[in-house]
Write a protein that binds this ligand. Sequence first.
Ligand code: GN1
Ligand code: MG
Length: 374
Amino acid sequence: MENKKLFELAKKFKVSGEPTDIKLIDSGHINKTYKVIFEEENKKETYILQYVNTNVFPNLPELMNNIKKVTSYIKNKATECNEDISRITITMKDTVDDNPYAICENNWRMEDFIDNTTTYLFTEDLNILYEAGKSVGTFQRYLDGFPADELYEIIPKFHYTPNRLNQLMDAINNEENKKIRQDRFEKAKEAIEFLTDVKRTSKAGAITSKLGTKEVPLRVTHNDTKLSNILFDKNTDKAVALIDLDTVMPGAIAYDFGEAIRTGIVTSKEDEQDLSKIYVDINRFEAFTKGFLEKTKSILTKEELEMLPLGAWMMTYENSMRFVADYLNGDTYFHVDENIPDHNLVRAKAQIEIIRQMEEKQEEMEGMIKKYGL
Ligand code: GN1
Ligand code: MG
């Protein structure tokens, strides 16, 4: 979209000055995100302008309500703990016409950019991972006690892994898919075999069944805690805030731990094509776990603690199934880069490599959880 049009959209939100610069930030798989600069008498302020994908998030008002509830709860809790709340979480801007959900026509919204922060797709720095662990842990700690059933289930069964398996099976068994994309079925053969191996499918319900029987509590979970959703201070690399709250919903804490481990445990991109570059490092698992448990040890039940390594496996399993399903369905869900052939399959294969290595290191991971959690 042209800058002029984007500036017009940005001006529909209550901020002072005039927009002078705008850049596309190219990292999310669902929404379209821009960084926009407003200037007033040599003062510059940066904001995040975002187009929300309503195919994925059809109920945007409820989504915005969830964010409002969760962010005000976090700010109140942090205030009680005498923390500076200016950078602790996201803050949406109101629209000039006071739309009750802070969205303007065609599903655009704007939020403050938290100054002097950066993100990482992956990192080699153990201290950054320790900080990431503290960040996800702090989010959980502040929201401990939030009545999870007050949140709207934005994407039903989002981390209900048996459902993700069903969606994969539907994509595999879909006659139309087989007819139009026969080549994709051939290319994805090994990935399909790996993911539908009974060794793995039999574990798909291992978390949801315990939520069902209430052996583990239903909490408010972020559900998309990948490393790139954590802001770090540019100068100190201290974690600042966990962003992208679109999928805050009721869930198991193992989801938030697991999704962060999936992306933090390797020093490669989610779509790394050279599988020999993917190395699941237990030292990175340790660094994240240490930070996470420092913040959450006192709120976790024994069952939740024991479930954390499984959460890491489950989130990786789930993402690979989703990538393969989307590949077979013709890339209708995740944004794909046209310069990367078979992008969703590339992502899935990288995730499968991570699963393979995690399965070998399950006991080591369990040992770390004991070390820092007991
Ligand atoms: C999507 O949009 P983004 O990049 O924050 C997806 C997550 C996946 C992730 C994989 C609503 O997140 O669930 O884990 O891609 N979000 C949604 O990178 O489906
Ligand atoms: Mg997201």
